[in-house]
Design a protein around this ligand. Sequence first.
Ligand SMILES: Nc1ncnc2c1ncn2[C@@H]1O[C@H](COP(=O)(O)OP(=O)(O)OP(=O)(O)O)[C@@H](O)[C@H]1O
Length: 486
Amino acid sequence: MANQPHHLIIDPWSQGLSVMRDVLSRWSRLDITQVGSAIAIVGTIPTAVRLLGRVWREAYHWVRLCFLAEVTIPGGDPLNRSVVKWLLDKRPRHHRSFTGRTQVQHARSTPDLGAALKKTRHQAQYCPHWHSRWFFQQGDFFIVNRSADSFSAALSDPSYDGIGGEELTISCLGWSAAPVMRFIETCRAYTDRQAQFFVIIYARDRYGLAWKPKTRTPIRHLDTVHLDKDVKDSLISDVRNYLDPKTQKRYQSRSMPYRRGYLFYGPPGTGKSSLSVAIAGEFGLDIYEVKIPTIATDADLEHMFQEIPPRCVVLLEDIDAVGVDCAASDKSSSSQDGKEPISNCTMSGLLNVLDGVSSQEGRIVIMTTNRPEQLNSALVRPGRVDMKVLLGNISQASSLEMFLRMFSPELGIAQPLDSEELLALAAQFARQIPEDTFTPSFLQGFFQLHLDCPREAAASIGPRVQKALAHGIEGDFEMVNRNKNG
Ligand SMILES: Nc1ncnc2c1ncn2[C@@H]1O[C@H](COP(=O)(O)OP(=O)(O)OP(=O)(O)O)[C@@H](O)[C@H]1O
């Protein structure tokens, strides 16, 4: 470099200066009137742009009025999400504008081992940000506009993932909105196909104003929930029979309310929630989760139930809390400590939404409890609860099934076994599990430590069981407040 002649080195500064010098010398040759008119022309550009903008808006307003048919979908509606998802997936574009937000992921859903050691992992999530899109679909021309007003409101909601929160207006050329409706149906079918492997669990948003998808859990096959086979079979055939369209007609022709309620009861960790998710998955239903203690008033509860669609599972978890909370709120309302009483839903409010005039027909209500003896008899009377299902501690037969499921050759374990050895190990394992003593979640916790070693699992369950029995069924933890006499 040092030996290179100077004229071969391209210096950007000297290049730029010579261009400027050139421009200035040309300008200096212009006469002042030419310069004045050039400045005047440049000065009119912003006004012209504003004018053109107004003309365009005015023209678009008239085109919209005379030649476009449109459908508006409010932000947060599932249809809105379907349309935006379809657009992003099927009409991808190069985007230069994004909304970014922090996405909190559970550690178990990340392949990153380092992050898995932490409870949660924060990731940046970017979603294309657009206001207007146009495209052709099956020979029709569509314009999709997103409302900018609702955009910032949706962004301020931390549970919002950037899709479907803003009002959408979908327009097509013509006098009929039928093509738009057909297009919306295409989008809905597309997202339904994507969601068929998941159960969507809806919960109230943080303001308690609307239902929002809380999680999408992969469908859990009914075989993966272990309980008495006869009980499971009769439960599933009851649900299947209820959802049969003929049943609805039969109910209606006899003036019977078309509703079905189930109570899943049993100790914690016996699969009440898992069974609810498996049922929803089996019948292609979404779950609407209602947490009674978080509901402020009976009116809120009623409002919530009015917005639950007819064909779904309504999951009322820990329903025994209703009685406790009502009692607590009754006490607090008469308390002398001067504090504002905690407003809560009452038993009559709950009964009203379960089978009153406001209750939707066609849904399945599943109530779960660990303490069935505390339930108000009115709540579990036939008509509100049509079938009670005990999910108890695990039997030896179910332990055997669970072992076979955990070490199934299809799962590709590190120590593959032939089917005979697998069956023998499963039988050896099950023999060491005392009948109806441990919860399925206890066994699941044990399997988690031996997922790749079925032989080790079968050999070490004995000592594990003895230890758990010696320390109390809860496992290695001594229960400090346990009243052994009571
Ligand atoms: N019967 C079962 N069959 C298979 N797995 C089970 C069963 N019971 C519990 N589990 C496992 O144990 C864990 C806890 O189960 P789940 O939350 O369904 O229990 P639960 O009865 O609803 O508990 P809680 O009353 O504390 O809410 C889940 O990971 C589930 O896979």
